[in-house]
Design a protein around this ligand. Structure first.
Ligand code: AMP
Ligand code: MN
Ligand code: MN
Ligand code: MN
Length: 285
């Protein structure tokens, strides 16, 4: 088994449509995929159909951006793409993203870089993100890579940075749990805070209903993997893993690449599947 529980498509800031992500996953030997677009479930119906056709096991997912400036990301597994209440919630988050994107374009204008609104908002059919603005900066010749766009302008606290409205982790956890979905803390190793503080936060989020930690992640060091796994097991939280695939043009991670060091994958994935709501749950081929 190779389970990749974290991947993006054109429903947010990924390079490939959901059907292409499934085909690429199958080609890389991935046997279970979860699509987890930023604040968007718009790729899930297409992904589910493609997964079924390709014979891949499938979990519908999402990645929620929480806590404004702190950039804490929460994965939600087992979201039901047919549930109208989810559509209303994500429509609101996507409207906030469009407002924020326009504010970032205004900052860039003040810095002397003019990007047409439609070049950015038009490229993002669903959930606009800083990645789309980075792409616009590249297309305009203002930078030569997405990395440079973040380093010069868009990084958190950077000259063109605008925070999102705050959705707290506790609120996001409650919202996911209320509809039966499973909330998992994404890539804790990327949260720029001292490890003791993070450990305290995770304990508090666990109290608030957090159900898992994304332990296996390409940018986690072996030491971080050990530490987060110990923390998860100690609290009785699920252990998950994913590549955070966006497509090679957006960032270097490859589908399934986190799985090589994930020795407990079979049991961990079985525990996640058991925790999913039955209405929206995975299908396993
Ligand atoms: P947003 O959700 O609009 O705040 O945009 C965040 C997205 O931008 C993340 O999901 C990443 O895909 C991407 N991103 C954030 N920081 C960087 C960076 N330093 N280099 C490249 N991409 C980044
Ligand atoms: Mn992204
Ligand atoms: Mn993330
Ligand atoms: Mn992600």
């Amino acid at each position: 088994m190779i389970a990749d529980l974290h991947a993006h498509s054109t429903a947010s800031d990924g390079q490939h449509a959901p059907t292409e992500v499934i085909a690429l996953a199958a080609a890389r030997g991935v046997t279970l995929l979860s699509l987890t677009d930023h604040d968007s479930i718009d790729g899930l119906m297409e992904g589910e159909t493609a997964a079924r056709q390709a014979g891949l096991a499938w979990i519908p997912g999402v990645e929620l951006s929480c806590e404004g400036e702190r950039e804490i990301h929460l994965l939600g597994y087992g979201v039901d793409a047919r549930d109208g209440a989810w559509h209303a919630f994500f429509a609101e988050l996507q409207a906030q993203r469009r407002t924020r994107a326009m504010a970032i374009l205004e900052r860039l204008r003040e810095l002397g870089v003019c990007l047409p609104q439609e070049a950015v908002l038009g490229a993002a059919a669903h959930s606009v993100s800083r990645t789309h603005i980075a792409q616009g900066l590249m297309d305009a010749g203002a930078v030569t890579s997405i990395k440079e766009a973040f380093a010069r302008y868009l990084r958190t606290g950077g000259p063109a940075y605008v925070a999102r409205p705050t959705l707290t982790v506790a609120d996001a956890v409650a919202r996911l749990r209320a509809r039966g979905a499973v909330p998992v803390l994404a890539h804790p190793g990327l949260i720029p805070v001292h490890e003791e503080v993070l450990t305290r936060w995770i304990a508090a989020w666990h109290e608030a209903g957090l159900m898992g930690i994304e332990v296996h992640y390409p940018r986690h060091t072996p030491e971080q993997i050990r530490r987060f796994e110990r923390l998860a097991r100690g609290l009785g939280l699920l252990v998950t893993g994913g590549s955070d695939f966006h497509g090679a043009a957006v960032r270097p991670s490859q589908l399934g690449m986190h799985a090589a060091r994930w020795r407990t994958q079979e049991e961990d994935v079985a525990a996640l599947l058991a925790a999913l709501p039955c209405r929206a749950s995975a299908f396993t081929s």
